[in-house]
Design a protein around this ligand. Structure first.
Ligand SMILES: *Cc1c(COP(=O)(O)O)cnc(C)c1O
Length: 363
């Protein structure tokens, strides 16, 4: 049997006609940038997250960079983020010339804690980027409390966590700005790159919209040196179709994850833990194993697709050598022990059973 690491077959198959109609609607209308579809998607996505405003942008990385810029983060400011996140979280900080400060995550949930964040604060700390990694909320309310005490701005990296909740409230709505990616493989994915920021602050939303549009609100009047980062009409129209199914898709991921959690039984394999007062939308089902590379080979030889998120920490990346960052101990350990199991919408009981049996046989 073969089980892919991920497939969009069961998401896109049933939506084929609707997606085609969305495409044709945009194609026939002939507006491809800054039209009605993007505004409608922004309203619908803000409503989904229970936020006041959403701004569609070109990618998750741009969303983070625009959020930092809109909050006034600039050169020589320090920005704290978890050392085990995807490199884009750090790249956004580097893009605007600020300094990356890495902290170790919680060993159970793999997310930044309020404690590790507070320990890393210096007089130069301007912002913090908690990441809701793998699809589970960090202890975001506690992190925001610490940030408010020190006058530090909070940008939430929600790229893996559309629909994730902490104490019943959507991630992205706790801090100043929430940032999302619609990369095709994310839980809500476009058919190309895309992203969005959400905020309750109208002035911040306007500022990000302007920065993403060459620093301009009125055509050919540029009040700031902005960039070009917009969510195009085609992606917005396609995302509107998929957004309507997002809750159903999250529930299906949760179904598959529950089967894993209940049936994987191998002392060599550490299962993920869901922290209290939150759900998990299972963008990634991350297990740990001290003999990770052997387990990876064992699964791949049996036809099971797996992945590592992420095999090299940010501090250990060649791109970051010049920054002189130090990899925190747990992040390094996760880099060598983490293994992501197949998890996608429409995974069958047979597929789940096969992955489970293959893991349980590993000795
Ligand atoms: C995917 C991802 C990003 C970047 O999003 P893109 O749309 O690919 O630019 C940022 N942070 C995290 C945690 C991600 O997983």
């Amino acid at each position: 049997m073969k089980v892919p690491f991920a497939t969009l077959e069961h998401v896109h198959g049933p939506l084929r006609e609707e997606m085609k109609n969305a495409f044709l609607r945009v194609y026939d209308k002939g507006t491809f940038i800054q039209g009605e579809e993007c505004s409608l998607f922004e309203n619908e996505f803000a409503e989904f997250c229970k936020s006041e405003h959403a701004v569609g942008v070109a990618s998750g990385l741009d969303a983070l960079a625009l959020a930092l810029r809109a909050l006034g983060v600039s050169k020589s400011d320090e920005v704290i983020l978890p050392s085990n996140t995807f490199v884009a979280t750090a790249l956004a900080v580097s893009m605007i010339g600020a300094k990356v400060v890495l902290v170790d995550p919680d060993p159970l949930t793999y997310n930044m804690t309020a404690e590790s964040f507070e320990e890393a604060i210096t007089p130069r700390t301007k912002a913090v980027i908690p990441v809701h990694l793998y699809g589970q909320a960090a202890e975001i309310e506690e992190i925001v409390d610490v940030a408010r005490r020190y006058g530090i701005r909070v940008v939430e990296d929600c790229a893996q966590a559309h629909g994730a909740l902490y104490r019943g409230k959507h991630v992205g709505t706790f801090g100043d700005i929430g940032c999302f990616s619609f990369y095709p493989g994310k839980n809500l994915g476009a058919l190309g790159d895309g992203g969005a920021t959400i905020t309750d602050d109208e002035a911040l939303a306007e500022r990000m919209r302007e920065l993403a549009n060459y620093g301009s609100k009125v055509k050919y009047h540029h009040v700031e040196k902005g960039m070009n980062s917009r969510l195009d009409e085609l992606q917005a129209a396609l995302l509107r179709v998929k957004l309507r199914c997002l809750d159903e898709h999250i529930a299906d991921r949760q179904r598959a994850a529950a089967v894993y959690l209940e049936n994987i039984r191998n002392d060599r394999v550490t299962l993920p833990v869901v922290g209290s007062e939150r759900n998990h939308v299972w963008h990634i089902f991350a297990v740990r194993c001290s003999r990770r590379d052997e387990l990876k080979r064992h699964l791949e030889e049996a036809g099971v697709g797996v992945n590592c998120h992420y095999p090299i920490t940010i501090a250990d990346q060649q791109a970051y050598v010049e920054d002189g960052l130090v990899a925190t101990p747990l992040a390094r350990r996760l880099a060598s022990e983490e293994l992501s199991l197949p998890l996608y919408v429409g995974m069958t009981d047979d597929e789940l059973r096969y992955v489970i049996d293959t893991i349980n046989e590993f000795e």
